[in-house]
Design a protein around this ligand. Structure first.
Ligand code: PMP
Length: 437
């Protein structure tokens, strides 16, 4: 008993607490810009979420699910996915992929696509394994690979200048086949594909996917295919699921998100689809981390998919209506940015676009007082001084390539007309002040 009493009263802990696996993964500019946007901005086109509500049928499904007074909807459900949801996902995507999916073994429900990605890297990547990532990329891929002890290997999409003074399109950004092939090695475990791509809006063509697939098969590696923007493709473009290509089902995990699919990013329902051999380690990671996802949200997403299955391809389908509405918003923002000289790159998909702010930089009283990239300093200045939030392109590049493009910011156009108009007003006013001293 007495030795306890002899402890000093203030026995502060002094040993290092952070596990080594977190080294170099702690910076997150999203937190910073989102905070700045909340403090200064009147118009937030920064983070990727709609400021309009999810469709009525989904909200009504939520209300109905609540009013049915099924007590089980408030309790734990099956760890790997609420039965009605895995069943409908298997049915829906089985149809799209042209194969029978088993709801119990080919589908895993996750806390948004984000947790699906986390499960993939934790489940597949060993210390020293290389993972090929196509730049520009959704930034968490790099951090999650590193946290798993893996080594990210980057391959850039390279822009080709557009013809005759036309605006650039995301399709002008392409992989160099020889350069891509050179990134594969003995140590490569997986490649991450994101089509449609955030932040560029590129929708990979069949030829591009064939090339990626051929290399994956040749080197016998996994493909982690992040398809959260699968319904957001424009101008009649087709979203091709790489898992449907020859030899790819067996080595691909396809990731989706109800947040993006039904404009309800706060519900955090996502999923992975793939062969049982790949999903087994994902289930293990899932059961050792979150174990299961919110039952009610899964139930409602299941009802949303039930409706979409019935209306598949019809004009009333949300998966037909949403891209139609977003294409109009895209065109509107493209026109608005082009009119003030902030040159947009026209995206073929997603609800993001990149714009070149070179013509506006003379207004920006820059002080390079840190190693923070120029576009990031510009974006922060713009929030504080113009009340307009956008994300710098450099956050979608690895450390070595952060300064490759200095003058691009990413806008999200999944916004109400009033929000886009307010952004336009800010840009117009800025342009006038700029040109008339
Ligand atoms: N992948 C990409 C490419 C994304 O842009 C996002 C969200 N910004 C996610 C995954 C995460 O999706 P969720 O909200 O379903 O977790």
């Amino acid at each position: 008993q007495t030795h306890f009493l002899s402890l000093p009263l203030q026995a502060k802990m002094s040993r290092p607490v952070q596990a080594r696996r977190l080294e170099g993964t702690d910076k997150n500019i999203w937190v910073e810009i989102t905070n700045l946007a909340a403090t200064y901005s009147t118009v937030n086109l920064g983070q990727g979420f709609p400021d309009f509500p999810p469709p009525d049928f989904l909200k009504e499904a939520f209300m109905r699910a609540l009013s049915e007074e099924n007590p089980m909807l408030h309790q734990y459900t099956r760890a790997f996915g609420h039965l009605p949801l895995v069943k409908i996902l298997a049915q829906f995507f089985g149809k799209l992929l042209g194969r029978d999916l088993d709801p119990m073994t080919n589908v895993l429900v996750t806390v948004g696509a984000y947790q699906a990605l986390f499960c993939c890297f934790q489940a597949f990547v060993d210390e020293g394994d290389e993972v090929i990532i196509i730049e520009p990329f959704f930034d968490c891929y790099e951090l999650m690979v590193k946290m798993a002890g893996g080594v990210p290997v980057f391959i850039p999409l390279r822009p080709k200048p557009p013809k005759d003074g036309k605006l650039m399109s995301s399709a002008d950004w392409q992989l160099d086949p020889a350069e891509l092939a050179s990134k594969f090695s003995e140590r490569t475990k997986a490649l991450v594909l994101n089509s449609p791509n955030n932040p560029l809006g590129k929708v990979f063509s069949r030829a591009e996917l064939d090339l990626i697939a051929a290399l994956c098969v040749k080197h016998d590696i996994l493909c982690i295919s992040d398809e959260v923007y699968e319904w957001l493709v424009y101008d009649g473009k087709e979203h091709i699921r790489i898992a449907s290509l020859q030899g790819m089902w067996d080595r691909t995990v396809t990731i989706g998100s109800a947040g993006k699919t039904f404009s309800a990013t706060g519900w955090k329902v996502g999923w992975t689809l793939g062969p049982n051999r790949l999903l087994q380690p994902l289930r293990t990671t899932h059961q050792n981390s979150v174990y299961l996802c919110a039952t009610l949200a899964q139930e409602v997403v299941a009802r949303g998919f039930q409706r979409e299955l019935e209306l598949y391809g019809k004009p009333e389908s949300y998966f037909v209506q949403l891209p139609k509405e977003l294409q109009q918003k895209r065109d509107w923002l493209v026109q608005s940015l082009d009119a003030v000289g902030m040159k947009p790159i026209i995206p073929e998909g997603t609800y993001f676009l990149l714009a070149d702010f070179s013509e506006f930089k003379s207004d920006f009283p820059d002080v390079a007082d840190s190693d923070e990239p120029y576009d990031s300093r510009f974006a922060k200045w713009m929030v504080k001084n113009k009340g307009l939030a956008a994300m710098p392109l450099s956050i979608f590049y690895c450390e070595a390539h952060k300064n490759n493009y200095k003058h691009f910011i990413r806008f999200c156009f999944a916004k109400e007309e009033a929000t886009l108009k307010a952004a336009n007003d800010i840009l117009q006013k800025w342009k006038q002040e700029k040109t008339s001293p």
